[in-house]
Structures are given as structure tokens and as C-alpha cells.
Design a protein around this ligand. Structure first.
Ligand SMILES: [Zn+2]
Length: 82
């Protein structure tokens, strides 16, 4: 695994939560696979993960995923099978 590009720290694979504000709603995406620097805490995502998150956010923006609550909406991160 590569070292952190900010501080050269060691990168550890970890599941993280991503919090985004979309259409005035706070969306929490749980258990997203990432690599986290154990020195500065910087998070890195693979290209595949970034694409999945963008697709998910796009669906929310176009209201394809119905969100009823204004705050604390939680969505499961689901990897897209190729
Ligand atoms: Zn770092």
C-alpha cells in the first residue's frame, strides 16, 4: 500500500462514514471502504468507490432514492457489481 501523499504516514484500510449535504438534506453513507492515514487521518478512496458514491449522490439528487427525513438520513453503501 502506498504511503500518505500529505505526510508520508502509513495507510490502513478502514470502513468510514461519508456525510454529504444534498438538496438541503444531510446524507450519511455508511461503511465506505477507504484507506485512512494513521498519522494525519486523511481519507483516500479507490476510483471505483468514488464512482459508486457519485452515482449514489446523483440518484439522490434526481430523487430516485426517496428520503423522508431531513436530517440523519442513512444509506447503505452498496458496491455495484460489474
Ligand atoms: Zn497522512
Amino acid at each position: 500500500m502506498e504511503s500518505c501523499s500529505l505526510c508520508n504516514g502509513e495507510m490502513k484500510p478502514k470502513k468510514v462514514d461519508i456525510i454529504k449535504k444534498i438538496n438541503n438534506k444531510i446524507i450519511v453513507i455508511d461503511d465506505v471502504p477507504a484507506h485512512v492515514c494513521n498519522q494525519c487521518g486523511e481519507k483516500y478512496y479507490s476510483l471505483e468507490v468514488v464512482e459508486n458514491i457519485e452515482k449514489l449522490i446523483d440518484k439522490i439528487k434526481r430523487d430516485k432514492i426517496k428520503t423522508n427525513m431531513i436530517y440523519g438520513e442513512e444509506l447503505k453503501y452498496e458496491p455495484i457489481s460489474v
